[in-house]
Write a protein that binds this ligand. Structure first.
Ligand code: ADP
Ligand code: ASP
Ligand code: MG
Length: 408
């Protein structure tokens, strides 16, 4: 007998029929004698709808109130799921995050889990209940409802698995595992049987939204056995996220291609090329609470230089305003912005021991006439910023260049 946490994403609970199917699936696991904690997301599209309602009232809603409304999507699915389980003859009880108590900090809309009270859950499990806990939410020390950022139910599930020392955390979604790239963009993408935490963390932070970044961080830190599986197919082992690189196998050089459409690029032109410039430009951006991703300072000539960086597209307008003020203050030649850019990355721990990956990547993109605007590398990834209209093409070309397609 094992203790298993099963998370079901929005598409897996999108209709009452699908909710009934989830209940049937849980009943089969329960019949095998396992203890089960189920963590559903809101029905697909529901969180967007709720946030949309808030924005109809206010262009800039109070984050505390935004969390009060956004968290209700999951409150609906926990109750429906528990009822569907009752129909299957199971004992089941649902709880919101605040009821359990999933204690978080007070950073509304992107709160971090600090602690989970496992007492109630353990008691219910011991009595034979399936425990259904709302994903995506918690409460701070003052009892305010918080949410964990978009896609946060993954993190709820992994955190529960860590707190209860579950044997496995299963993330059920609309694909049957983690692929070499998003299978919706490249149908030839191949499902991976395993991927290391390190690689999954890079893939997630570079845009592969199959798992929320924090869920992977949590699983790595607390050694949670984490698996991604299909909620629509009964067969299959999905993808296991592993702590260790599989030393017995020839490590592929590149494990996957990730991409992110939400990248926007800003450039300040003709600033003096002298110490302290980066701080003068990026300090006000940081003060405005805008995260900067890639940065390039071009080689100066005649004592002046251009300086470019990227931000999330949602922050583009604000970043542009701040940069214009900086440009005036610094007497710069001007400011340029482009919010039609994207980032494509190749990820793989095998890269460490194989030089020449970057040139292969640049060559493949160049052959298709795709201009690279910015480059950033680490030990296990290479990212490029390119025009958004080339995103799909670039992903396909790189997927092929690194031989990632299915064998058949
Ligand atoms: P859920 O609602 O179940 O949380 P998500 O939409 O958040 O589902 O995540 C699943 C989606 O992630 C898939 O439908 C797929 O389009 C996308 N995805 C992006 N990159 C990958 C990848 N490398 N492997 C598998 N799926 C990916
Ligand atoms: N319902 C939330 C969202 O749409 C959380 C999740 O799906 O994981 O972001
Ligand atoms: Mg998700």
């Amino acid at each position: 007998m094992a203790l298993i946490v099963q998370k079901f994403g929005g598409t897996s609970v999108a209709t009452t029929d699908r909710i009934k199917n989830v209940a049937k699936r849980v009943a089969r696991w329960k019949a095998q004698g396992h203890d089960i904690i189920v963590v559903p997301s809101a029905m697909s599209g529901e969180t967007n709808r709720l946030i949309g309602l808030a924005r109809e009232i206010s262009a800039n809603p109070d984050p505390r109130e935004l969390d009060v409304i956004a968290s209700t999507g999951e409150q609906v699915t926990i109750a429906l799921l528990a009822m569907a389980m009752h129909e299957e003859g199971l004992q089941a009880k649902s709880y919101t995050g605040a009821q359990v108590r999933v204690l978080t900090d007070s950073t509304f809309t992107k709160a971090r889990i600090l602690q989970i009270d496992d007492e109630r859950i353990r008691r219910d499990l011991a009595e034979g209940h399936v425990v259904v806990v709302a994903g995506f939410q918690g409460a701070d020390e003052n009892g305010n409802i918080t949410t964990l950022g978009r896609g946060g139910s993954d993190t709820s599930a992994v955190a529960l698995a860590a707190a209860l020392k579950a044997d496995e955390c299963q993330i059920y979604t609309d694909v049957d595992g983690v692929y070499t790239t998003d299978p919706r963009v490249v149908p030839e993408a191949r499902k991976l049987d395993t991927i290391t935490f390190e690689e999954m963390l890079e893939m997630a932070s570079l845009g592969s939204k199959v798992l929320q970044i924090r869920s992977v961080e949590f699983a790595g830190k607390y050694k949670v056995k984490l698996r991604v599986l299909s909620s629509f197919e009964d067969e299959g082992e999905g993808t296991l996220i592993t702590v260790e690189e599989d030393k017995t196998m020839e490590q592929p050089i590149i494990s996957g291609i990730a991409f992110n459409r939400d990248e926007a690029k800003l450039t300040i032109l003709g600033v003096p090329d002298r110490p302290g410039i980066a701080y003068q430009i990026l300090g006000p951006i940081a003060d405005a609470n805008i995260d900067v991703d890639m940065i390039i300072q071009n080689v100066g000539h005649d004592g002046s230089t251009d300086f470019s960086f990227t931000v999330n597209r949602a922050d583009y307008n604000r970043a542009l305003e701040v940069l214009k003020e900086t440009a005036t203050r610094m007497n710069a030649r001007g400011v340029a912005g482009d919010n039609k850019t994207c980032k494509v990355s190749a990820v793989g721990v095998g890269m460490r021991s194989h030089p020449g990956i970057a040139s292969k990547m640049f060559n493949a993109l160049g052959a298709e006439g795709i201009n690279i605007q910015m480059i950033s590398t680490s030990e296990i990834k290479i990212s490029v910023v390119i025009e958004e209209k080339y995103l799909e093409l670039a992903v396909r070309v790189l997927h092929k260049a690194f031989g990632l397609e299915k064998a058949d």
